[in-house]
Design a protein around this ligand. Structure first.
Ligand code: E4P
Length: 217
């Protein structure tokens, strides 16, 4: 399973990249605005840090300009994945960019029907937004399960990229439901490594070692 970081902050990405656990990055206009600085320079820096799919979203809302922006983004680095909204125009752009050999991530997916359309448009990734569905009382993880069933049943190659992650349970649930990738906010990425029993156990081991008068190996 691929683990991506859901942020556009280059220093935050670089710190976690040192673990070797980051397979890619997703950004969106809100995350890029929060990160500040030059959008294109920021994406270039991310591509130089992580050797994997880096999603960069278009701003245009019509297919013609989405395609133009997508090509501009792709010119930054070969690892850029063009992120397109799951709209009529977004799917038109997805089909055109796919046919032209560009990887795509169709985002803002909230239903099985939308996931079907994204796969039919040749999307490399589809991003179902789990957290935003849960926020309005729906079952985000259930959507991942359903899309997995749909894609397996019909042999679609589109990768399911679980997005809008709010908790560690969302990552665990996405993994168990068969998502191919999950994009994780940095705080949750860090929390996935930490456990109180690990910390307490390690403290006790090191105290016992030191109490026995032993030093570095
Ligand atoms: C990533 O591709 C999405 O843009 C992101 O996960 C959305 O998360 P949010 O619902 O927390 O804004």
């Amino acid at each position: 399973m691929m683990l991506f970081l859901d942020t556009a902050e280059t220093d935050v990405i670089a710190e976690r990249a040192s673990t070797g656990l980051v397979d890619g990055v997703t950004t969106n206009p809100s995350l890029a605005a929060k990160a500040g600085g030059d959008f294109f320079e920021g994406l270039k820096a991310i591509c130089e840090t992580i050797d994997g799919p880096i999603s960069a979203e278009v701003i245009a809302t019509d297919a013609h300009n989405m395609i133009a922006e997508g090509k501009k983004l792709r010119a930054i680095h070969d690892n850029i994945v063009v992120k397109l909204p799951l709209t009529f125009e977004g799917l038109k752009a997805c089909r055109a960019l796919t046919d032209d050999g560009h990887p795509t991530n169709v985002t803002l997916c909230f239903s099985v029907a939308q996931a079907l359309m994204a796969a039919k448009a040749g999307a490399t990734f589809v991003s179902p937004f789990i957290g935003r569905l849960d926020d309005q009382g729906e079952d985000g993880l259930g959507l991942i399960e359903d899309i997995r069933m749909l894609y397996d049943e019909h042999g679609f190659a589109t990768y399911i990229l679980a997005a809008s992650i709010r908790s560690m349970e969302h990552v665990e649930g996405s993994a168990l439901a068969g998502a191919d990738a999950c994009t994780i906010p940095p705080k949750i990425f860090d929390a996935m490594i930490q456990h109180d029993l690990t910390d307490n156990g390690l403290d006790a081991f090191l105290k016992d070692w030191a109490n026995a008068g032993k030093g570095a190996l």
